[in-house]
Design a protein around this ligand. Structure first.
Ligand code: FAD
Length: 352
C-alpha cells in the first residue's frame, strides 16, 4: 500500500500534522505505540500567553495563540467535540515582591497582564494573603479527549497502525521509503522523547526535561479558571477533576514519579487550598525540550525523504498546531518554514 506520508507518533504533533496533511488532500499512515507517560498524555494543555516569573510574552504569541484557538476549534468541529476552552489564569501572588512585579507589568500596558478587581472572589477556595491578578487570554487544550478521538478517526479510515515502529525495517528508496508492506514518499518523525534515540536526528540539541503532575478530585472548586501560585491548578474535562503541576527537572535518572514531588505538591495544596481534595493519579514523563527552546521542523538536509516535527518542549500544546501547519504547507505547497524552527539551521550538525 502506498501513502504520501508515513508519520511516526500520534502525540499532539503527529495529530495535527496528520490533520493538516489530510486537509491538503494527502494520504497518511500514522504508526503509534501508546505510551502512558508520553508528554501529550500527561499534559495539562495550558496555552499561556506569558512565561516565567517575569511574565515575559511567549515567543510568537501574536501568531501562535490565535492560531492554536482556531486550530483546536476546527479539529474539534470536525470530530464534533469541544477540544479547547478559554480559561484565564488567576495568579495568586506568593509574596509582596511578586505582587509588586505584577503591578509594575500592568503599568507597562502589557496586553496579557491585568488587575483582578474582585480581590475577595476566591476567598472560599484559597488562602492568598498577597492578592491576585489575571493573565488573559489563556486556554486549555483538551488533549486527553482530542488524542483518542483523532485516533478513532484515523483508525476508521485505515490510517493508523497501533504498533512500535521498528527502525531496522525502514528502507530508503530513490523517491521515498519502504517499511514492511508500506511505501511512502516521505517519513516524518513526530516521536517526541522517542526522537532522542533516533539516529537520523539524535545529533540535534535536545535538552530532555522531566515533569510530574497529580490529578486531583476537588468537587467544589469552580472550573472556570486556571489557578496559579507556586504551581498551576488546571480544570480537566471530567467534572470535578483538576491537574496540578508541574516540576521542571533537568537532572534525573529516569522518568518515573517521585515521592519528593508527591510530598511537596501535597504540602503546597494543604497550605493553598481551603477545600478538601483527593489525589487520583500521579503522572510523570519527559518533555522533548531543546537547548535553544525552539522546535525542530522540516526535512533532513541530507535525506529529502525524511522529516521531523519535534522539540516542542514545555509548550507543545501552543506550538504543535502552528508548526504542523507550517510543515504541511512546506511539504505540499513549498511555503517556507519560520527560520527559527526550520531544522535546516542544523545542516552542519546533521551532516557530520
Ligand atoms: C508534566 C508535563 C506537563 C506539561 N504541560 C504542558 C502544558 O500545560 N502546555 C503545553 O503546551 N505543554 C505542556 N507539556 C509539554 C507537552 O506535553 C509536549 O511538548 C508535547 O506533548 C510533545 O508532543 P509530541 O507529539 O511532540 O510528543 P509525544 O507526546 O511524546 O508524542 C509522540 C508519540 O510518538 C510515539 N512514539 C515514539 N516513538 C515511537 C515508535 N518507535 N513507534 C511508535 N510510536 C512511537 C509515542 O508513543 C507518542 O505517542 C507538558 C509536559 C509534561 C511532561
Amino acid at each position: 500500500m502506498h501513502y504520501d506520508y508515513l508519520i511516526i507518533g500520534q502525540g499532539i504533533a503527529g495529530t495535527f500534522l496528520s490533520y493538516y496533511l489530510q486537509q491538503l488532500e494527502k494520504t497518511v499512515l500514522v504508526i503509534d505505540e501508546v505510551k502512558k507517560d508520553s508528554p501529550s498524555r500527561i499534559t495539562a494543555g495550558i496555552i499561556n500567553p506569558v512565561t516565567g516569573r517575569r511574565l515575559v510574552t511567549v515567543w510568537m504569541a501574536d501568531q501562535i495563540l490565535p492560531f492554536a484557538w482556531d486550530a483546536y476549534s476546527a479539529i474539534g468541529a470536525q470530530l464534533d467535540i469541544p477540544v479547547i476552552s478559554q480559561r484565564n489564569v488567576i495568579d495568586f501572588f506568593p509574596n509582596p515582591f511578586m505582587r509588586e512585579g505584577f503591578l509594575e507589568k500592568i503599568k507597562t500596558g502589557d496586553q496579557h497582564v491585568h488587575a483582578y478587581p474582585e480581590q475577595n472572589h476566591f476567598n472560599h477556595f484559597f488562602n492568598y494573603e498577597f492578592g491576585c491578578g489575571e493573565i488573559r487570554p489563556a486556554y486549555t487544550a483538551h488533549v486527553e479527549v482530542l488524542l483518542p478521538a483523532w485516533r478513532n478517526r484515523l483508525n476508521n479510515i485505515g490510517a493508523l497502525r497501533e504498533e512500535r515502529f521498528d527502525r531496522t525495517l525502514l528502507q530508503y528508496q530513490n523517491n521515498g521509503i519502504s517499511y514492511k508492506d508500506v511505501t511512502a514518499s516521505k517519513i516524518i518523525y513526530c516521536d517526541g522523547p522517542g526522537g532522542f534515540e533516533n539516529p537520523q536526528f539524535s545529533k540535534l540539541p535536545y535538552a530532555p526535561n522531566k515533569g510530574e503532575a497529580l490529578v486531583l478530585e476537588i468537587p467544589d472548586l469552580p472550573p472556570h479558571h486556571i489557578y496559579k501560585k507556586s504551581m498551576m491548578l488546571v480544570p480537566m474535562v471530567e467534572p470535578g477533576q483538576f491537574w496540578v503541576g508541574s516540576s521542571y527537572v533537568w537532572d534525573f535518572d529516569n522518568a518515573d514519579p517521585t515521592q519528593e514531588f508527591y510530598d511537596r505538591t501535597n504540602a503546597v495544596l494543604k497550605e493553598w487550598l481551603k477545600l478538601p481534595y483527593k489525589i487520583l493519579e500521579h503522572r510523570s514523563g519527559l518533555r522533548p525540550a531543546t537547548l535553544e527552546r525552539r522546535p525542530f521542523c522540516g526535512i533532513h538536509p541530507l535525506h529529502p525523504q525524511v522529516g521531523i516535527l519535534n522539540g516542542m518542549g514545555t509548550k507543545g500544546c501552543s506550538l504543535a498546531p502552528f508548526f504542523a501547519s507550517e510543515l504541511a504547507e512546506f511539504l505540499v505547497n513549498e511555503k517556507p518554514i519560520a527560520a527559527d524552527a526550520d531544522v535546516k539551521r542544523f545542516t552542519k550538525v546533521l551532516s557530520r
